[in-house]
Design a protein around this ligand. Structure first.
Ligand code: ADE
Ligand code: ZN
Length: 322
Protein backbone atom coordinates (compact mmCIF):
# COMPACT_ATOMS: atom_id res chain seq x y z
CA UNK A 1 0.00 0.00 0.00
CA UNK A 2 1.53 3.33 -1.04
CA UNK A 3 -0.56 4.91 1.72
CA UNK A 4 2.02 3.77 4.27
CA UNK A 5 5.05 5.04 2.34
CA UNK A 6 6.55 8.14 4.00
CA UNK A 7 6.28 11.01 1.54
CA UNK A 8 8.03 14.32 0.99
CA UNK A 9 6.80 17.09 -1.28
CA UNK A 10 9.09 19.72 -2.77
CA UNK A 11 6.76 21.33 -5.30
CA UNK A 12 3.35 22.64 -4.34
CA UNK A 13 2.13 26.21 -4.79
CA UNK A 14 0.30 27.18 -1.63
CA UNK A 15 -2.37 29.28 -3.40
CA UNK A 16 -2.81 26.37 -5.80
CA UNK A 17 -3.39 24.01 -2.88
CA UNK A 18 -6.56 25.62 -1.57
CA UNK A 19 -9.32 23.00 -1.41
CA UNK A 20 -12.48 24.14 -3.23
CA UNK A 21 -14.39 24.02 0.05
CA UNK A 22 -11.96 26.49 1.64
CA UNK A 23 -12.13 28.68 -1.49
CA UNK A 24 -15.93 28.67 -1.17
CA UNK A 25 -15.85 29.76 2.46
CA UNK A 26 -13.29 32.48 1.64
CA UNK A 27 -15.48 33.69 -1.25
CA UNK A 28 -18.47 33.86 1.07
CA UNK A 29 -16.40 35.77 3.62
CA UNK A 30 -15.42 38.40 1.03
CA UNK A 31 -18.63 38.41 -1.03
CA UNK A 32 -17.00 37.09 -4.21
CA UNK A 33 -18.88 34.91 -6.72
CA UNK A 34 -16.63 31.98 -7.69
CA UNK A 35 -19.26 29.52 -8.92
CA UNK A 36 -17.84 29.67 -12.45
CA UNK A 37 -14.43 28.62 -11.07
CA UNK A 38 -15.49 25.44 -9.30
CA UNK A 39 -16.78 22.07 -10.43
CA UNK A 40 -17.17 19.78 -7.42
CA UNK A 41 -13.76 19.35 -5.84
CA UNK A 42 -11.74 20.92 -8.62
CA UNK A 43 -11.20 24.31 -10.16
CA UNK A 44 -12.19 24.93 -13.76
CA UNK A 45 -9.93 26.21 -16.54
CA UNK A 46 -9.23 25.32 -20.19
CA UNK A 47 -5.54 25.75 -20.97
CA UNK A 48 -2.27 26.94 -19.40
CA UNK A 49 -3.19 30.62 -19.79
CA UNK A 50 -6.65 30.25 -18.23
CA UNK A 51 -5.16 28.00 -15.53
CA UNK A 52 -2.85 30.86 -14.51
CA UNK A 53 -5.85 33.24 -14.48
CA UNK A 54 -7.92 30.84 -12.35
CA UNK A 55 -4.93 30.51 -10.00
CA UNK A 56 -4.83 34.31 -9.59
CA UNK A 57 -8.58 34.37 -8.85
CA UNK A 58 -8.24 31.76 -6.10
CA UNK A 59 -5.19 33.55 -4.65
CA UNK A 60 -7.26 36.75 -4.43
CA UNK A 61 -9.54 35.04 -1.87
CA UNK A 62 -6.76 34.99 0.75
CA UNK A 63 -6.33 38.45 2.21
CA UNK A 64 -5.19 38.26 5.82
CA UNK A 65 -2.53 36.59 7.92
CA UNK A 66 -5.14 34.26 9.40
CA UNK A 67 -6.48 33.35 5.93
CA UNK A 68 -3.01 32.10 5.04
CA UNK A 69 -2.51 30.40 8.41
CA UNK A 70 -5.70 28.45 7.76
CA UNK A 71 -4.64 27.54 4.22
CA UNK A 72 -1.17 26.33 5.26
CA UNK A 73 -2.53 24.43 8.25
CA UNK A 74 -5.19 22.71 6.14
CA UNK A 75 -2.78 21.83 3.34
CA UNK A 76 0.03 20.44 5.46
CA UNK A 77 -2.46 18.55 7.65
CA UNK A 78 -4.07 17.00 4.56
CA UNK A 79 -0.80 15.67 3.17
CA UNK A 80 0.34 14.53 6.62
CA UNK A 81 -2.78 12.32 6.63
CA UNK A 82 -1.57 10.95 3.28
CA UNK A 83 1.77 10.03 4.83
CA UNK A 84 3.84 13.17 4.22
CA UNK A 85 6.60 13.92 6.71
CA UNK A 86 8.02 16.94 4.89
CA UNK A 87 6.60 19.73 2.74
CA UNK A 88 8.14 22.66 0.93
CA UNK A 89 5.54 25.14 -0.25
CA UNK A 90 6.02 27.61 -3.07
CA UNK A 91 4.82 31.00 -1.96
CA UNK A 92 4.29 34.19 -3.92
CA UNK A 93 4.54 37.57 -2.13
CA UNK A 94 3.28 39.15 -5.39
CA UNK A 95 -0.02 37.33 -5.06
CA UNK A 96 -0.32 38.34 -1.41
CA UNK A 97 0.39 41.96 -2.24
CA UNK A 98 -2.19 41.91 -5.03
CA UNK A 99 -4.70 40.78 -2.39
CA UNK A 100 -3.71 43.66 -0.11
CA UNK A 101 -1.48 41.69 2.26
CA UNK A 102 2.11 42.69 3.04
CA UNK A 103 4.79 40.09 2.25
CA UNK A 104 5.78 39.98 5.92
CA UNK A 105 2.21 39.35 7.12
CA UNK A 106 1.86 36.71 4.39
CA UNK A 107 4.92 34.85 5.70
CA UNK A 108 3.82 35.23 9.31
CA UNK A 109 0.46 33.66 8.46
CA UNK A 110 2.00 30.79 6.51
CA UNK A 111 4.54 30.16 9.26
CA UNK A 112 1.79 30.05 11.87
CA UNK A 113 -0.24 27.56 9.80
CA UNK A 114 2.83 25.36 9.35
CA UNK A 115 3.52 25.52 13.07
CA UNK A 116 -0.02 24.35 13.83
CA UNK A 117 0.23 21.48 11.34
CA UNK A 118 3.56 20.41 12.82
CA UNK A 119 2.12 20.43 16.32
CA UNK A 120 -0.83 18.26 15.31
CA UNK A 121 0.73 15.97 12.70
CA UNK A 122 4.51 16.17 13.14
CA UNK A 123 5.02 17.35 9.56
CA UNK A 124 8.07 19.49 8.92
CA UNK A 125 7.56 22.44 6.57
CA UNK A 126 9.72 24.98 4.76
CA UNK A 127 8.92 27.97 2.55
CA UNK A 128 10.27 28.71 -0.92
CA UNK A 129 9.68 32.28 -2.02
CA UNK A 130 8.91 32.50 -5.71
CA UNK A 131 8.78 35.27 -8.24
CA UNK A 132 6.37 35.13 -11.16
CA UNK A 133 7.95 34.98 -14.62
CA UNK A 134 5.20 36.90 -16.41
CA UNK A 135 5.40 39.73 -13.86
CA UNK A 136 8.86 40.48 -15.27
CA UNK A 137 12.50 40.70 -14.10
CA UNK A 138 12.19 43.94 -12.12
CA UNK A 139 9.42 42.56 -9.93
CA UNK A 140 11.47 39.39 -9.53
CA UNK A 141 14.37 41.44 -8.14
CA UNK A 142 12.02 43.02 -5.57
CA UNK A 143 10.85 39.54 -4.52
CA UNK A 144 14.45 38.28 -4.29
CA UNK A 145 15.49 41.28 -2.20
CA UNK A 146 12.60 40.61 0.14
CA UNK A 147 13.50 36.91 0.37
CA UNK A 148 17.14 37.77 1.05
CA UNK A 149 16.32 40.33 3.72
CA UNK A 150 13.85 38.56 5.99
CA UNK A 151 15.20 36.50 8.85
CA UNK A 152 12.34 33.97 8.78
CA UNK A 153 13.45 30.55 10.03
CA UNK A 154 11.24 28.64 7.59
CA UNK A 155 12.27 30.50 4.44
CA UNK A 156 15.01 28.40 2.86
CA UNK A 157 14.57 28.65 -0.90
CA UNK A 158 13.91 30.87 -3.88
CA UNK A 159 12.29 29.95 -7.17
CA UNK A 160 10.26 31.09 -10.14
CA UNK A 161 6.89 29.98 -11.50
CA UNK A 162 4.54 31.55 -14.01
CA UNK A 163 4.46 31.60 -17.78
CA UNK A 164 7.51 29.74 -19.05
CA UNK A 165 6.83 30.94 -22.59
CA UNK A 166 7.91 34.47 -21.66
CA UNK A 167 11.51 35.70 -21.74
CA UNK A 168 14.64 33.80 -20.77
CA UNK A 169 16.13 32.84 -17.41
CA UNK A 170 18.93 35.18 -18.42
CA UNK A 171 16.58 38.10 -17.68
CA UNK A 172 16.04 36.76 -14.17
CA UNK A 173 19.65 35.89 -13.32
CA UNK A 174 20.13 39.03 -11.16
CA UNK A 175 17.16 38.05 -8.97
CA UNK A 176 18.48 34.50 -8.54
CA UNK A 177 21.96 35.86 -7.77
CA UNK A 178 20.54 37.94 -4.90
CA UNK A 179 18.75 34.90 -3.47
CA UNK A 180 21.76 32.59 -3.83
CA UNK A 181 24.06 35.13 -2.16
CA UNK A 182 21.65 35.14 0.80
CA UNK A 183 22.11 31.37 1.16
CA UNK A 184 18.75 30.32 -0.25
CA UNK A 185 18.36 27.09 -2.21
CA UNK A 186 17.52 27.57 -5.89
CA UNK A 187 14.81 25.92 -7.97
CA UNK A 188 12.90 27.10 -11.02
CA UNK A 189 10.13 25.99 -13.37
CA UNK A 190 11.46 24.82 -16.74
CA UNK A 191 10.71 22.10 -19.27
CA UNK A 192 6.98 22.05 -18.50
CA UNK A 193 5.16 23.92 -21.28
CA UNK A 194 8.39 24.59 -23.22
CA UNK A 195 10.83 21.91 -24.44
CA UNK A 196 14.32 20.80 -23.46
CA UNK A 197 15.87 24.12 -24.56
CA UNK A 198 14.08 25.76 -21.63
CA UNK A 199 15.84 23.38 -19.22
CA UNK A 200 19.19 24.33 -20.75
CA UNK A 201 18.26 27.99 -20.43
CA UNK A 202 17.56 27.52 -16.70
CA UNK A 203 20.76 25.51 -16.08
CA UNK A 204 22.92 28.01 -17.95
CA UNK A 205 21.61 31.16 -16.31
CA UNK A 206 20.39 30.44 -12.79
CA UNK A 207 22.24 27.23 -11.84
CA UNK A 208 19.42 25.54 -9.88
CA UNK A 209 20.03 22.39 -7.84
CA UNK A 210 16.42 21.42 -8.63
CA UNK A 211 14.06 22.07 -11.52
CA UNK A 212 10.28 22.33 -11.27
CA UNK A 213 8.96 19.77 -13.79
CA UNK A 214 11.93 19.57 -16.20
CA UNK A 215 10.27 16.53 -17.76
CA UNK A 216 10.70 17.80 -21.29
CA UNK A 217 14.44 17.28 -20.93
CA UNK A 218 13.43 13.87 -22.29
CA UNK A 219 13.25 15.51 -25.74
CA UNK A 220 17.04 15.97 -25.88
CA UNK A 221 19.46 13.23 -24.76
CA UNK A 222 22.22 15.82 -24.24
CA UNK A 223 20.06 17.74 -21.77
CA UNK A 224 19.17 14.50 -19.98
CA UNK A 225 22.87 13.67 -19.70
CA UNK A 226 23.55 17.12 -18.31
CA UNK A 227 20.92 16.61 -15.58
CA UNK A 228 22.55 13.30 -14.69
CA UNK A 229 26.11 14.69 -14.72
CA UNK A 230 25.21 17.77 -12.67
CA UNK A 231 22.98 15.83 -10.25
CA UNK A 232 20.06 18.21 -10.77
CA UNK A 233 16.85 16.88 -9.24
CA UNK A 234 13.51 17.12 -11.02
CA UNK A 235 10.37 18.02 -9.07
CA UNK A 236 8.08 15.89 -11.21
CA UNK A 237 4.32 16.48 -11.04
CA UNK A 238 2.76 13.74 -13.21
CA UNK A 239 -0.93 14.59 -12.64
CA UNK A 240 -0.30 18.27 -13.38
CA UNK A 241 1.41 17.35 -16.66
CA UNK A 242 -1.54 15.25 -17.81
CA UNK A 243 -4.08 17.84 -16.71
CA UNK A 244 -2.25 20.63 -18.56
CA UNK A 245 -1.91 18.35 -21.62
CA UNK A 246 1.88 18.25 -21.59
CA UNK A 247 1.22 14.53 -22.25
CA UNK A 248 -1.98 12.89 -23.45
CA UNK A 249 -2.03 9.90 -21.12
CA UNK A 250 -0.15 8.89 -18.00
CA UNK A 251 1.45 5.99 -19.85
CA UNK A 252 3.05 8.58 -22.18
CA UNK A 253 4.62 10.44 -19.25
CA UNK A 254 8.45 10.19 -19.09
CA UNK A 255 8.73 9.66 -15.30
CA UNK A 256 10.05 6.12 -15.68
CA UNK A 257 12.26 6.96 -18.66
CA UNK A 258 13.89 9.83 -16.78
CA UNK A 259 14.45 7.68 -13.72
CA UNK A 260 15.84 4.79 -15.75
CA UNK A 261 18.27 7.17 -17.47
CA UNK A 262 19.67 8.11 -14.08
CA UNK A 263 17.96 11.48 -13.65
CA UNK A 264 17.00 12.11 -10.01
CA UNK A 265 13.21 12.37 -9.78
CA UNK A 266 10.79 13.25 -6.99
CA UNK A 267 6.97 13.08 -6.78
CA UNK A 268 4.83 16.20 -6.32
CA UNK A 269 1.30 17.54 -6.79
CA UNK A 270 1.92 21.15 -8.01
CA UNK A 271 -1.60 22.62 -7.58
CA UNK A 272 -3.68 19.66 -6.39
CA UNK A 273 -7.33 20.86 -6.63
CA UNK A 274 -6.61 22.45 -10.01
CA UNK A 275 -5.55 19.07 -11.33
CA UNK A 276 -7.92 16.81 -9.39
CA UNK A 277 -5.03 15.18 -7.56
CA UNK A 278 -3.15 15.08 -4.26
CA UNK A 279 0.27 13.90 -3.08
CA UNK A 280 -1.01 10.48 -2.01
CA UNK A 281 -2.59 9.93 -5.42
CA UNK A 282 0.61 10.98 -7.18
CA UNK A 283 2.60 8.36 -5.26
CA UNK A 284 -0.10 5.81 -6.05
CA UNK A 285 0.04 6.69 -9.77
CA UNK A 286 3.82 6.32 -9.85
CA UNK A 287 3.37 2.88 -8.28
CA UNK A 288 0.49 1.67 -10.46
CA UNK A 289 1.45 3.21 -13.82
CA UNK A 290 5.25 3.25 -13.69
CA UNK A 291 5.62 0.17 -11.52
CA UNK A 292 7.75 1.60 -8.72
CA UNK A 293 7.76 -0.75 -5.72
CA UNK A 294 7.22 0.45 -2.17
CA UNK A 295 10.99 0.38 -1.65
CA UNK A 296 11.52 2.48 -4.78
CA UNK A 297 8.92 4.99 -3.61
CA UNK A 298 10.73 5.26 -0.29
CA UNK A 299 13.93 5.82 -2.24
CA UNK A 300 12.17 8.63 -4.14
CA UNK A 301 11.19 10.23 -0.83
CA UNK A 302 14.82 9.89 0.22
CA UNK A 303 15.93 11.66 -2.97
CA UNK A 304 13.55 14.51 -2.08
CA UNK A 305 14.90 14.76 1.46
CA UNK A 306 18.50 14.67 0.23
CA UNK A 307 17.94 17.75 -1.92
CA UNK A 308 15.45 19.50 0.40
CA UNK A 309 16.23 23.07 1.35
CA UNK A 310 16.61 22.29 5.03
CA UNK A 311 19.36 22.32 7.66
CA UNK A 312 21.47 19.17 8.02
CA UNK A 313 20.17 18.24 11.46
CA UNK A 314 16.54 18.29 10.30
CA UNK A 315 17.48 16.45 7.11
CA UNK A 316 19.12 13.66 9.11
CA UNK A 317 16.11 13.39 11.43
CA UNK A 318 13.74 13.16 8.44
CA UNK A 319 15.85 10.56 6.64
CA UNK A 320 15.95 8.54 9.86
CA UNK A 321 12.14 8.27 9.62
CA UNK A 322 12.53 6.27 6.41
N1 ADE B 1 2.16 28.44 -10.92
C1 ADE B 1 1.36 27.57 -10.31
N2 ADE B 1 1.40 26.39 -10.94
C2 ADE B 1 2.25 26.51 -11.97
C3 ADE B 1 2.72 25.65 -12.98
N3 ADE B 1 2.32 24.38 -13.07
N4 ADE B 1 3.58 26.13 -13.89
C4 ADE B 1 4.00 27.40 -13.80
N5 ADE B 1 3.59 28.26 -12.87
C5 ADE B 1 2.74 27.82 -11.95
ZN1 ZN C 1 4.60 24.47 -10.22
Amino acid sequence: MTRDVPKAELHCHIEGAAPTQLARSQALKYGVDINHLIDGERFVWQDFTSFLTAYDAVAALFRTEEDYALLAEQYLSSIARQGAIYSEVFTSPDHARNAGLSPQAYLNGLGEGMRRAKEKHDIEGRIIITCVRHFGPETAIDVARFAASIPHPLVTGFGMGGDERMGSHKDFAPAFDIARAAGLGITTHAGEVVGAESVTDALDHVHPTRIGHGVRAIEDPAVMQRLVDEGVVLEVCPGSNISLSVYDKMKDHPFAALKNAGVKVTINSDDPPFFATNLGEEYQTVHSVFGLSEAELRHTTRTALECAFVDEETRAALIAKL
